[in-house]
Ligand binder design. Structure first.
Ligand code: GLU
Length: 445
């Protein structure tokens, strides 16, 4: 049995009932074969064995009082996965589906994503099974304060820097940061990213994941003699990533025809109006079905997954993990999809990705394509360190450069170790090599 098979077997055994974590590890490790075979140094000092085991995992009680006076208890998590190339860095997710398997898969992915960004940030992730939906502002604030009452002792600007993710946006980050500041009695702006612009946030951080995805996809298309202009696009999700991917796609001359939320999808042959989506989702916080009230040619269909029945050139899964399983992938392939751009973390199952590659569909993999968010977080940290703020144009230019560099790195290692169009392998390998080299230099710790 080779080392990869052995590590995979051990991961399954030691992390039972955590299928998402196993899926993420399997996806990476199976693409690393050519590097591990070529490089005995990585085999001899247990790089893979150490890589799949988080450096530290913190699980804690989060008690809070709701508006009726009832005491509620949620579970909080922070997984500090790998600090070989920088302090732990990664978002916090509040969603009822959160448990250790979800946080570990996200933390594991974050190691490679952050490495690919070219910036000095390690991998971590946190969250809670708290559901922010239908909670009052006061309840959200009390929950965030209680969450931080424990988390604060484990984070720091040079230790571990959280940010947002699903269910954690500007409002939550404000409450979390405020409580940290109170507990520490000091203004350590660099301990959190995704902050509001009035207290140390960076311009473009809000748009960065969606914009970065489109900058990456644009380069991938150019490399293969295509352009975004007039491409028919469908986007799953209606959150921060989906909205800004839609906005940038439209700016680039593409035609976004469908978007969805967790209940159903809208189809608009005339092209999605991003201002309407922003108003419904960001201001009114309503369902996407409202869209058809304002656009008479648009139609609403029940069932989020049905969006993948819509014929398109480019599919951008920007909702959550495992959005595209083998069934949805088959539908997309039958309908002639040409490109996939993963905006969410692990939005395609491993068999779905395999099917795309077998059918010569170009896939922009999440770890590379959605790295714009965390990269801009690192730019926010830089600004906090020098106590200056850059303009929108300055940050956007840097983001564009970072995404283009990530594409070059990904594409070069795909050419060197795999097939030139296998950007999945390219991203995993490039992300891995930097971390492995740093681990190698730092001894067995
Ligand atoms: N949650 C985002 C991600 O998945 C951003 C993390 C960050 O900015 O630290 O990459």
């Amino acid at each position: 049995m080779d080392v990869i098979e052995k590590v995979l077997r051990d991961v399954k055994k030691r992390n039972p009932h955590e299928p998402e974590f196993y899926q993420a590890v399997e996806e990476v490790l199976t693409t690393l074969k050519p590097v591990i075979e070529k490089n005995a140094r990585y085999r001899n000092i247990g790089i893979l064995e150490r890589l799949v085991e988080p450096e530290r995992q913190i699980i804690f009680r989060v008690p809070w009082v709701d508006d009726k006076g009832n005491v509620n208890v949620n579970r909080g998590f922070r997984v500090q996965f790998n600090s070989a190339i920088g302090p732990y860095k990664g978002g916090i997710r509040f969603h009822p589906s959160v448990y250790s398997g979800i946080i570990k898969f996200l933390g594991f992915e974050q190691i490679f994503k952050n490495s690919l960004s070219g910036l000095p940030i390690g991998g971590g992730k946190g969250g809670s099974d708290f559901d922010p939906k239908n909670k009052s502002d006061g309840e959200i604030m009390r929950f965030c304060q209680s969450f931080m009452n424990e988390l604060y002792r484990h984070i720091g600007a040079d230790v571990d820097i959280p940010a947002g993710d699903i269910g954690v946006g500007k409002r939550e980050i404000g409450y979390l940061f405020g409580q940290y500041k109170k507990l520490k009695n000091g203004y350590e702006a660099g301990v959190f990213t995704g902050k509001g612009l009035t207290y140390g946030g960076s311009l473009v951080r809000n748009e960065a994941t969606g914009y970065g995805l489109i900058y990456f996809v644009k380069r991938m298309l150019e490399e293969n003699n295509h352009s975004l202009k007039n491409q028919k696009i469908i986007i799953s999700g209606a959150g921060n990533v989906a909205i800004h991917a839609c906005e940038k796609s439209i700016q680039m001359g593409a035609h976004v025809i469908a978007m969805c939320d967790s209940k159903g999808y809208i189809y608009d042959e005339d092209g999605i109006n991003i201002e309407t989506i922003k108003r419904i989702k960001e201001v009114e916080r309503k369902r996407i079905s409202e869209y058809v009230k304002y656009h008479e040619n648009a139609k609403y269909y029940e069932g989020q997954k049905n969006i993948w029945n819509v014929k398109c050139d480019l599919a951008l899964p920007c909702a959550t993990q495992n959005d595209i399983t083998l069934d949805e992938a088959k539908k997309l392939v039958e309908n002639g999809v040409k490109f996939i751009g993963e905006g969410a973390n692990m939005p395609c199952t491993n068999d779905a990705l395999k099917l795309f590659l077998e059918n010569d569909i170009l896939v922009a993999p999440a770890k590379a394509a959605n790295a714009g968010g965390v990269s801009t977080s690192a730019l926010e940290m830089s600004q906090n360190s020098i106590r200056l703020s850059w303009t929108f144009e300055e940050v956007d230019t840097k983001l564009k450069e970072i995404m283009e560099n990530i594409f070059e790195t990904t594409s070069n290692s795909a050419k060197m170790y795999s097939d030139k169009n296998n950007y999945i392998a390219g991203a995993n390998i490039a992300g891995f090599i930097k971390v492995a080299e740093a681990m190698l230099s730092q001894g067995i710790i």
